[in-house]
Design a protein around this ligand. Sequence first.
Ligand code: GLA
Length: 412
Amino acid sequence: MQLSSLFLLLSLAILYRIGQDQVLSLENGLALTPPMGWMHWERFRCITNCTEQPNDCLTEDLIKGQADKMVSEGYLDAGYVYLSIDDCWMSKQRDSKGALVADPVRFPNGIKALADYIHSKGLKLGIYEDFGKATCQGYPGSEFYLEQDAKTFAEWGVDLLKLDGCNSDVHDMKDGYEAMGGYLNRTGRPILYLCSWPAYVQKDAALTDYPAFKKTCNQWRNFDDIQDSWDSLYSIIDYYGSNQYNLSAFAGPGSWNDPDELIVGGFGLSQNQEMVQMGMWAMMASPLFMSLDLRNVRPESKALLLNKNLLAINQDPLGKQGERLWKINKAEVWIKPLSKPGASAISILNTDNQGAPRVFHLSPAELGLPKAQKYNMTDVFTNKQYGPYMYSQSIQFTIDPTSMFMAIADPF
Ligand code: GLA
């Protein structure tokens, strides 16, 4: 081979490689603040027997009904824009061309028609698939079909893909999740990419590659599924508190740690505990995917989901994930810097379940706030103003069991 043709071949190879890298890295311009929406899983699970549970069965009508409420009850106006269908939406078989099909009984008009309906309401549609041979509930997975499935989702008008990791080999995940990110980008349709990959490899340090998660995904699950209980909720908060320096470094505009859905409005939490979830998800700049039946919401739960102070903290453009400053004797202090110069959100969490409120004495300095002469505080739940407090002045906080105080602290 002549030197010139060898050179040409080499250049082509390099160009091809660069081309590949360009489509592989996820720069879809989405999720500049933590994504917000509704996701069916925690509340509606894999309920597919519509005779037995007509009201909770996963159908096109259920999804449309939730979409209607997202708009009419003000959730969309507050920023909850994605409506995401999770596992169990599919037929058990692909069609003769290998394409995914929605369950013909529960989704008789198919996903494209549903996407059109969702879009007509000003919402965006999310869908679920799995990187392995089958989804966690045994429906067809994307293994060997990644590219075809990415194209199908784009043709249907899907705006979000949650890619789970059941029934797959964890060693294939890095290549596979990156490849799917590339295929999604190549469709030309902006599709928010939610990866479960980190949750499947979290116990294996060799496979836990946060720079790769961040480069590939807009949002990623790190840990266990949330269940409808305080124990489950607190185990998740404690996971992030204990791992914060590893995890908060990778959160920011475009890419977020995902502690799973909001269970506010479910069956398992007290009103105080619902405040803790909403407060901590705001604190941790977590994606806010509600999982509740929007046809029937307690007013206190709705007020929390729409609380303007909490949403402003969660959506703060600086995109800092809050960190736990300390945890002593069933009490914790968390802090999140905000984009307004010097301002922070602070939380004091009382995780004790003894049946009486506890008293804490803490100064702005002890809450970890940056040095300033004085601070004012706005209680995010009541919107009441407190202060001014001198930097070293001890303040009394009286906090119920499994509850929290949370405020925006403004220096002056
Ligand atoms: C896994 C995920 C959940 C949900 C289910 C569906 O457990 O972590 O969020 O998607 O699968 O089967």
